[in-house]
Ligand binder design. Structure first.
Ligand SMILES: NC(=O)c1ccc[n+]([C@@H]2O[C@H](COP(=O)([O-])OP(=O)(O)OC[C@H]3O[C@@H](n4cnc5c(N)ncnc54)[C@H](O)[C@@H]3O)[C@@H](O)[C@H]2O)c1
Length: 435
């Protein structure tokens, strides 16, 4: 049915050139012809200029690639394998929003020919590839799914800013509508990562595997966040307790914190919706979500409480400097950052909040969140409280003088959500609090 992969490489279209699609397109293009299509002309223009605002690749790699970047849908017409890597967010009610998947699938449908393969990589709940995408492709192309064209699903596991786990090193789960399709996809993906491919039993198995990977992580962090709340009531630093517990061989090394970004805080809602559609109420999954979504407010209330203990609840409110805005450390990704929850709650409690981040783009932060970002700490302050909320490497290296300067030489509160400064010794004028 499909040409011998070793003799004739397929022309692959990667649809969606974001954090997932771009590295995949670049990796595949080292082994076969690839057209990278993105609906955003701005994104395609920057890639053609050799720039990647996501900072996942560099100008040299973009200039060297044979991948053809385009925002013209017609350019994918001569491809025979279509890999879709578009966003799968949630809406304001935490419901899966498949708008981009539906739109991208319809675009592919307009160019689908007999013998083509459609592969979804976006994170979804089991059933989306076959029941949603397969149906759209049939409706738009007039072809028969499983007869004229075939489906596949291959979840993506890359992690923004992670240079160790890349498309070339991660085990890739692949699945196809038939065993022949699975083998063909295994050959395509295996060419990028030296055959490090796991062939899932079927498409729904592969979809479910991705959904539970992220839900498991979310629940593990939620457990630690909940335990942290209890430990804090006991007056204990959760990082001290975790250090001790971690010496047991099978204790899982999770740490407390905010759960933002495009994946961990979002994907469990896809799994929850799937469970609910089947008449099962997903109690653990949704409890985990509730705890993690409440962490921003919890942190703000802790800071407020420490302030009130030092002054008085009726006294002046604090000037707080939050250190970090991105959804995790050492990257510029601000999608679904939960630092905004800390800001909102601190402001609601009457405090003044200033935010610093060395990686986030201040224009994007202003545009998307209405937050004015400091990009340098020089001449900032003075503040009553410094709160480390994202463990960017530069904060670990802050000098004693910087702490003193930021707090106006008078001491003050140092709140440490990530336990980054636990080994430092602060003078008696500082009230250091590690979560
Ligand atoms: N970011 C990650 O680290 C990561 C990891 C694993 C899985 N995922 C999953 O991969 C999928 C993609 O995530 P991402 O982080 O790459 O998203 P992203 O927002 O970085 O990129 C998506 C790209 O798709 C483009 N796009 C949107 N609709 C399109 C359409 N109809 N046609 C063509 N292009 C379109 C956008 O312009 C954007 O450039 C999501 O389902 C996500 O959950 C992401």
């Amino acid at each position: 049915m499909f040409p011998d992969f070793q003799k004739q490489k397929p022309h692959v279209a990667v649809v969606g050139l974001g954090y997932v699609g771009l590295p995949l397109a670049l990796g595949l293009a080292k082994h076969m012809p690839v057209t990278g299509f993105d609906i955003s002309a701005r994104r395609v223009q920057e890639l053609k200029r050799g720039e990647d605002s996501n900072r996942e690749t560099d100008a040299a790699e973009l200039r060297a690639t044979s991948c053809r970047f385009t925002s013209d849908e017609n350019d994918i017409g001569d491809c025979s394998v279509f890999i879709v890597t578009v966003p799968t967010p949630i809406d304001a009610h935490n419901e899966p929003d498949l708008t981009a998947v539906r739109q991208a699938t319809a675009q592919v449908g307009r160019h689908l020919k007999k013998g083509d393969i459609y592969v979804l990589e976006s994170t979804v709940y089991p059933g989306v590839t076959e029941d949603v995408c397969g149906k759209i492709l049939e409706d738009v192309s007039g072809l028969k799914c499983g007869v004229d064209f075939f489906l596949g699903y291959s979840p993506e596991r890359i992690n923004p800013g992670d240079t160790e786990h890349t498309v070339e090193t991660i085990t890739k789960v692949v699945s196809g509508q038939t065993s022949v399709v699975t083998e063909f996809l295994a050959a395509i993906y295996g060419s990028v990562n030296r055959g490090n491919v796991f062939k899932a039993t079927n498409i729904k198995v592969a979809e479910a595997s991705k959904a539970i990977e992220n839900a498991q992580r979310d629940i593990n962090v939620a457990f630690i966040n909940e335990i942290t709340m209890v430990l804090n009531k006991l007056g204990l630093c959760s990082h001290d307790v975790l250090d001790a517990a971690r010496t047991k061989w099978n204790f899982l090394p999770f740490t407390p914190g905010l759960v933002g970004g495009h994946c961990i805080g979002v994907d469990p809602y896809y799994l929850a919706r799937c469970a609910q559609n089947l008449g099962h109420e997903p109690e653990v999954i949704l409890s985990g979500r509730r705890i993690n979504d409440g962490m921003g407010a919890y942190v703000a209330e802790r800071i407020d409480r420490i302030w009130n203990e030092r002054t008085s609840p009726a006294g002046p409110r604090a000037r707080v400097l939050l250190l970090g805005f991105t959804f995790k450390e050492n990257i510029n990704d601000i999608r679904n950052t939960k630092v905004v929850d800390i800001i909102a709650r601190l402001k609601a409690l009457g405090h003044t909040v200033v935010v610093h981040d060395p990686h986030a783009d201040p224009h994007m932060v202003a545009e998307e969140y209405g937050v004015e970002l400091l990009t340098t700490l020089a001449a900032a302050g003075p503040f009553d409280c410094l709160a480390l909320v994202v463990a960017h490497e530069i904060y670990a290296k802050m000098s004693d003088q910087t702490f003193a300067d930021l707090l106006g030489g008078k001491g003050g509160i140092i709140y440490d959500l990530k336990g980054l400064w636990r080994r430092r010794s602060f003078g008696p004028e500082f009230a250091y609090q590690c979560i």
